[in-house]
Design a protein around this ligand. Structure first.
Ligand SMILES: Nc1ncnc2c1ncn2[C@@H]1O[C@H](COP(=O)(O)OP(=O)(O)OP(=O)(O)O)[C@@H](O)[C@H]1O
Ligand SMILES: [Mg+2]
Length: 523
């Protein structure tokens, strides 16, 4: 079907010239002026792309963009050559792309074709967003789908890794074959191996009959190994063999099984980090990381939040049969400002609950749960919603403030855990005139003292002893030492015991190393 373009007549010369070029290229075109009924034109022509030839800062342009704002329709704006900050205009107006005038006809037609095809891909895959990082992800999906190479998909929880994996499969020649996903972190080692590779009858107590593993079920299709960074070492060896030889043995089996499976791997935690901590073998890392896609957290692409919110409102109001007008700008601003640690999943779930619970047909600020509102206020960082006069802060500033917030959350978490688990990490108050070292030894085991004899964390295998003058950082370090000692130097177990991410633990150890000295119990 021919692509449909709606062209505004603000710059009549450009509109007529480009209209002819689009028609010659086989597009269906129509024109609209600022005086026309734009809504009627959009409804009548149902365009795939709206081309604004001028007057970008006029109210008519904003009105027209408002009519196609839920992201299904691509938008291109032609900018006066005097306009310097091209990207800022595109961003502020929520345009998919901009071109400086005079726009070359062939270039404009080619760009519009690409923008429309990209939008159609987004509709097909469900991967929404105009942010350059998401556009880059879509380009990579298009490039990577046709081949059979392994793809590593990295990104925080809820950023859309599974969505991307399905898109790769659905756009690949394997689309009619099975797509099988397995979470490598959810199963204990023996079960995981039998899930992945199957087992022969009698290979272990519960193996009453032969069972096919996911690799066999996925034959000629695609397998997604989710949370691959958590895979136990022995399974990693077997996976490496599948990747290298395309064959494996069922648990308890002696005959090699050959399969033709495309492997996609996903991880919440950067796999390079898992390799650095020794949790993932380096040969496996390089095998998995042939091609890679990184999904940025939502807080790094806040400009997509309005579009996501509108689409989710539309989706859930239809699903729950609740006629809904939308969201008030102030409420949308709160959502744009919120930190979204659970990324798109969290935003989607929240919008669904608000659509179900909101007493009126519009989401108002007071309908947004208190936690989200307050977290948003704490951020202090202005980020814009199109149509609202707010400053756009630099990405670096966003990053710094987010890091500080994360750090604060970690300290709070640690404090809470210390309170909750006194049996695990014991904090003992000792008077400033502390008993000498030997007394501490008898209470807490090993003793470490600063070279100059100043107050600092004293640790044993089972306890952290608090002395006056110690800072929270000293206590934290001592706590980590104890946890590591108890876990026999195993970082994963220590992080688990402390209830912090292994990544956080690793970063802290690095900091201690950088600050001089290391932790002795580390193996
Ligand atoms: N770009 C996006 N556009 C629309 N919906 C999205 C987008 N990214 C994620 N989602 C939605 O967010 C939810 C979570 O996505 P998904 O399960 O793919 O995340 P994930 O990265 O695999 O998370 P986890 O690491 O927790 O498994 C899904 O409902 C998905 O449809
Ligand atoms: Mg997932």
């Amino acid at each position: 079907m021919a692509h449909r373009i709606l062209i505004t007549m603000d710059d009549l010369e450009a509109a007529v010239r480009l209209n002819a070029a689009f028609e010659a290229a086989g597009f269906e075109t129509s024109m609209v002026s600022a005086q026309d009924d734009q809504k009627a034109a959009v409804l009548r022509d149902d365009p795939d792309l709206v081309l604004l030839t001028g007057g970008l800062h006029e109210p008519a342009a904003a009105r027209l963009l408002g009519l196609v704002r839920d992201g299904r329709v691509a938008t291109l704006g032609l900018l006066e050559p005097t306009e310097t900050d091209v990207a800022a205009v595109a961003h502020r107006m929520g345009l998919t792309a901009v071109l400086p005038k005079p726009a070359d006809a062939a270039e404009t037609v080619a760009l519009c074709r690409r923008l429309i095809e990209r939008k159609q891909l987004q509709e097909r895959t469900g991967i929404l967003g105009d942010h350059p990082s998401i556009q880059e992800v879509l380009i990579k999906i298009e490039q990577m789908a046709p081949v059979s190479s392994t793809v590593l998909i990295e990104g925080e929880s809820g950023t859309g890794k599974e969505l991307v994996a399905r898109a790769i499969h659905d756009l690949s020649p394997r689309r009619a074959r099975p797509f099988i996903a397995i979470n490598c972190a959810a199963l204990p080692e023996t079960l995981l191996e039998s899930e992945l590779f199957g087992h022969e009858k009698g290979s272990f107590t519960d193996a009453v009959e032969r069972r096919l593993g996911r690799f066999e079920i996925a034959d000629t299709g695609t397998i997604l190994l989710d949370e691959v960074g958590e895979m136990p070492p022995s399974t990693q060896v077997k996976l490496l063999r599948v990747l290298e030889e395309r064959e494996f043995f069922r648990v308890g089996g002696a005959t090699p099984i050959k399969v033709d499976v495309r492997v996609l791997a996903a991880t919440n935690r950067p796999l390079r980090e898992a390799m650095a901590t020794g949790d993932i073998r380096s040969d496996l890392y390089y095998r998995l990381n042939v091609l890679s896609i990184y999904l940025p957290p939502l807080r790094e692409r806040r400009s997509d939040i309005p579009l996501l919110v509108r689409r989710f409102i539309h989706e859930f109001s239809k699903l729950h049969d609740r006629p809904f007008r939308g969201i008030e700008p102030a409420a949308l601003q709160m959502l744009v400002d919120a930190p979204w640690p659970g990324n798109v999943r969290q935003l989607r779930n929240l919008v669904e609950s608000m659509v179900v619970l909101a007493p009126t047909s519009e989401i108002r600020p007071e309908d947004i749960p208190r936690e989200t509102r307050e977290q948003g206020r704490e951020r202090l960082l202005p980020v814009k919603v199109p149509g609202m006069a707010r400053e756009v802060a630099g990405q670096e500033l966003t990053y710094i403030v987010q890091s500080l917030l994360d750090l604060r959350l970690q300290v709070e978490d640690l404090r809470r855990r210390l309170e909750e688990h006194p049996q695990r990490v014991e904090v003992i108050e000792v008077p400033h005139e502390a008993p000498d070292a030997e007394v501490l030894v008898s209470r807490a085991g090993l003793v470490s003292r600063g070279a100059e004899g100043s107050a600092r964390a004293v640790t044993g295998r089972d306890a952290v002893v608090y002395e006056s003058g110690m800072s929270m950082a000293d206590v934290e370090r001592a706590t980590i030492e104890v946890a590591l000692a108890q876990a026999g130097g195993n970082r994963r177990k220590a992080a688990e015991a402390l209830g912090i991410g292994e990544r956080t633990l690793y970063r802290k150890l690095k900091e201690y190393e950088a600050g001089g000295g290391s932790i002795s119990s580390l193996t």
